[in-house]
Design a protein around this ligand. Structure first.
Ligand code: BMA
Length: 906
């Protein structure tokens, strides 16, 4: 076959994802000239990139995140910009049947000219545009110009020219945002959000290149894996080609699955209308296929699938990494009593899996600053704290390939929203056409990733409509019909037609299949009995178990906190660094957020009163991080404890806890557990504990203290009660596994390192959650000898060695009523290189004179601690610092600070 000769020559090209030989590709990334004609600005800027970053690099503007620069630099988004460069076309290229400009992502509204001839237009940053430039280009030097139109102006025009208002028109004033993001297919949160600034960018945000060919090039290779009843795997793949107009192309297609003997060859005949091919390959049981598992459940084995197409002297190829796994979203009735509603949980490889994770937002509003290494660092941080899932939230972007590749490698399952969030959307013809192109492209691009386990239509648009967040009530039917047109009539069949291997839901939150049965929109999309919920409760006693609803699945819940002082200091002027400063108010987008945070703090603690306002700001930051960590810990453990039972109204069987939000877009008070730049907040350290495979979960129930054990990272099977039909998740006994042990519960006075009394409670896990212990506080205090009252004592739990995880602690009272911590002094007394081959790991010794809570280590050196925000129940504790930059022992030591709760009140 012809390709065997050219194939060898092309192999080097396979270091990249794709290649085509015989034809020519001209990469147009790198330096372009960017102009604002009206202002007479002309700079060079990098592609992929955007105008803002180019202005920054050419020192025309300073850091856009500094102070109020989002307002200062608003003109950039309101101007129109052009991108210009030249490229050379040779006569052999010109002689080929297709000459195309491929734009993998234009941001957003643009006209594309080659030698001043219009070759195409763009109105959607999520579409890959391929423009025929064969008539406009010529041999020699060609001028390429892309005229971008201000996204803000375009959105306003669209809003104006529409037949009716599509709300919301503008964000609330505290966002300092721009209006009508819903009128343009662009990252919705680039017009501002309650956690992010408004920087509606313009630019070429993805790769762009010219290609010529005679026969055909492969644009997408997809993969779906299903397991046959006899244990063989079926690999369904579709190969999508681009072929020249008015041309029938015949060639050889070869598929090869690396590391196996699986190959497939066939002759294909293609034309523009018929330019894809489906192949179903049965992989016999004899082939030792290893499955792909979520983080914590097994390996993430990946296989490379190669596709080669050759025709004449021309060859095109593409490779994708795939994984063998199955996914089911189980939505059965929870009980024989059908009014109790339906389950909402996932089976991966036939095993029920508790979804533990968070929500991902764009890691920077300037997307070119989100390098693959940075995305990888944030995903690694998710995996490091026992997460197995992230939701790519619908107000951001479909992330770059490297993001999903990292998720595949780390076993982080992806709940993928389509990019519609917190708004109604237009449904006129050109909008729907654009959305069709967007979804088709994105599903074909992404569906080979084993990490993606669900497609989801939008963020909160169903709930917003039913609850009339944007005053749609007067025109409910109009907006409802639009909603159904977009998600039910267009998106649902489009997505399931492109990908039958994953579940699709219309909205999050929503009622899953119940929403479908109610005609595409549920009467109560926030129901606890169906689907998923988003839950925000700020001013209730969030540290108490009974505060929260009992859903099937909680895909959003959260509390705000401040990022560290050092992170804020990068974008605040020195005088801004106080809590009630004008800038600190400006930076808080959540309406009345700073007052609310104070109120949250005061539910748990006395307010800080240091007369030095900078020090007081540091204290407040620390307390917001504690309240956030405590709130989300309480709520998450509540959700985890509810997996195995139903209450009298059918609530329960909760199988997912994904808090809002993992990461930050800039330095500001937000719901994130990772700061902008990647630093871990206290919540992120807490997540490692509350998401741990084996969890000791104490909680107060009035005057009663109870403890549950949770063990859900073991092979789990479903068990239905023969009469009630009620579901429990049980350790898979067929694996020979039994989980049992002894829970040690010690009653301490806050004033002594020696427990007053320790009880030992044997436990055995017949379900994934077991109630191990419940007793009244007064009995415990009496038996243990805590005579002064509940403000003086707490409980500490461990399984054997108290210095080994898991451990847990439970005060018997509110934190602010605790007596005995007043004089604690924590110190870093020693830093040593850890005895490992890794030079970046250090042992940090902390000492304390008395019991200390929320002990918090901090440093400006980039890295993270093995634990932080912890209780010290012994005079000394050693934690590791894992540095991500080279540092020596003494520099690290002098950079370290440590504090505990009592320091706030000294
Ligand atoms: C949810 C999200 C976001 C928002 C968050 C916090 O509704 O979907 O829109 O940032 O709440 O308010």
């Amino acid at each position: 076959m012809a390709h065997q000769n050219t194939g060898l020559l092309c192999l080097f090209a396979f270091l990249l994802c794709c290649f085509h030989c015989g034809g020519v590709t001209i990469d147009l990334s790198g330096s372009w000239t960017i102009r604002d004609e009206n202002r007479g600005i002309s700079i060079t800027g990098n592609v992929p990139g955007n105008v803002h970053t180019a202005l920054m690099k050419s020192h025309k503007i300073s850091d856009p995140y500094y102070r109020k620069n989002d307002q200062e630099y608003g003109w950039i988004s309101r101007d129109d910009w052009t991108y210009n460069r030249t490229f050379e076309v040779t006569s052999p290229m010109m002689g080929q049947k297709a000459l195309e400009l491929v734009c993998e992502g234009l941001d957003t509204v643009a006209e594309v000219f080659v030698n001043d001839i219009l070759v195409g237009e763009s109105d959607n940053m999520f579409v890959q545009y391929i423009y025929d430039i064969s008539k406009a280009a010529g041999v020699g030097t060609n001028r390429l110009r892309i005229n971008f139109k201000s996204a803000v102006a375009y959105a306003a025009q669209q809003a104006q020219s529409g037949a009716y208002v599509v709300p919301p028109e503008c964000p609330v004033p505290s966002y300092h945002g721009d209006c009508h993001p819903n009128m343009i297919r662009k990252m919705q949160s680039s017009f501002s959000w309650d956690w992010g600034p408004s920087f509606p960018t313009q630019g070429i945000w993805k790769h762009i290149y010219v290609r010529s060919y005679d026969h055909g090039v492969i644009d997408y290779v997809t993969a779906e894996t299903t397991l046959g009843s006899d244990g063989s795997w079926i690999l369904n793949t579709e190969v999508f080609f681009n072929v020249p107009i008015d041309q029938v192309t015949t060639g050889d297609l070869e598929l090869r699955l690396d590391g196996t003997s699986v190959t497939h060859q066939q002759v294909v005949s293609l034309n523009r209308e018929n330019s894809s091919l489906s192949v179903s390959i049965v992989i016999p049981k004899s082939e030792p296929i290893k499955m792909w598992w979520p983080n914590g459940y097994g390996n993430q084995t990946l296989y490379t699938l190669y596709a080669f197409f050759s025709s004449g002297q021309e060859m095109s190829g593409k490779k994708v990494n795939i994984g063998f796994r199955t996914v089911e979203l189980v939505q059965d009735f929870v009980s024989t009593n059908q009014s109790f509603g339906r389950t909402f949980y996932f089976r991966i490889n036939s095993k029920p899996i508790y979804f533990k994770g968070s929500n991902w937002i764009p890691a920077d509003v300037f997307l070119d600053r989100v390098t693959p290494a940075y995305a990888n660092e944030l995903l690694q941080a998710a995996a490091d704290v026992n997460m197995n899932v992230l939701r790519v939230w619908g107000g951001g972007v479909y992330e770059m390939d490297e993001f999903y590749e990292a998720a595949d490698r780390l076993g982080i399952m992806i709940w993928q929203d389509f990019m519609f969030g917190c708004a109604m959307y237009p449904v006129h013809k050109s909008f729907l056409n654009s959305v069709t192109m967007e979804i088709t492209h994105q599903v074909r691009r992404l569906k080979h990733h084993p990490s993606i386990v669900i497609w989801s239509g939008n963020n909160e648009n169903e709930k917003a409509l039913i609850q009339s967040w944007y005053n749609t009530d007067g025109n409910f039917t109009l907006y409802k019909n639009d909603y159904l047109t977009l998600y039910k009539e267009l998106m649902a069949p489009l997505v399931t037609g492109e990908d039958s291997s994953r579940p699709f839901i219309l909205s999050s939150p929503g009622n899953g299949v119940e929403s479908v049965q109610e005609g595409g929109m549920a009467a109560e999309p926030w129901s606890e009995l169906y689907g998923d919920i988003h839950e925000y409760k700020y001013l209730e006693p969030f540290y108490l178990d009974g505060t929260y609803r009992i859903p099937r699945f909680s895909s959003e819940y959260g509390f705000q906190s401040y990022p560290s002082y050092d992170t804020l200091a990068k974008v605040y002027a020195p005088d801004d660094l106080t809590y009630w400063s004008d800038l600190n108010d400006y930076r808080q987008h959540h309406p009345a957020g700073n007052v609310e945070l104070m109120a949250e703090i005061s539910l748990l603690f006395n307010l800080p009163n240091n007369t030095d306002l900078k020090q007081r700001f540091k204290d407040i930051i620390y307390l917001t991080q504690i309240t956030q960590a405590v709130g989300i810990k309480t709520e998450t453990e509540h959700y985890r404890r509810w997996q195995n039972h139903l209450d009298d109204s059918g609530r329960g069987n909760t199988m997912g806890a994904m808090y809002w939000q993992l990461n930050d877009i800039w330095q500001a008070p937000t719901w994130a557990s990772l700061e902008y730049g990647g630093k871990w907040k206290m919540l992120h350290y807490f997540a490692r504990h509350f998401f741990a495979p084996l969890l000791i979960s104490p909680y107060l129930n009035g005057d009663t203290v109870c403890v549950d054990m949770i063990a859900d990272q073991i092979p789990v099977v479903e068990n239905r009660h023969p009469v009630t039909g009620h579901l429990t998740f049980r350790p898979d006994y067929s694996s020979g596994l039994r989980l049992s042990g002894q829970l040690h519960m010690s009653l301490y006075s806050w004033q002594s390192f020696t427990p007053l009394r320790t009880w030992v409670q044997p436990y055995s896990m017949n379900k994934t959650t077991e109630l191990i212990f419940c007793n009244s506080m007064s009995t415990i205090m009496k038996q243990g000898g805590c005579n002064q009252g509940k403000n003086f004592c707490f409980l500490f739990f461990h399984l054997g060695d108290p210095s080994n995880e898991p451990v847990a602690w439970q005060p018997l009272t509110e934190y602010k009523s605790i007596v005995g911590l007043e004089n604690s002094v924590v110190q870093v007394t020693d830093v040593q290189q850890a005895w490992t081959t890794d030079k970046q790991v250090f042992n940090v010794t902390i000492t304390t004179n008395t019991i200390s809570v929320f002990v918090w280590l901090d440093t400006q050196i980039k890295g993270r601690f093995s634990d932080n925000g912890f209780l010290m129940v012994t005079p000394k504790k050693i934690v590791q610092f894992l540095s991500s930059q080279p540092v020596n022992v003494s520099d690290l030591h002098s950079s370290l600070s440590v504090r505990s709760l009592s320091d706030v009140y000294h």
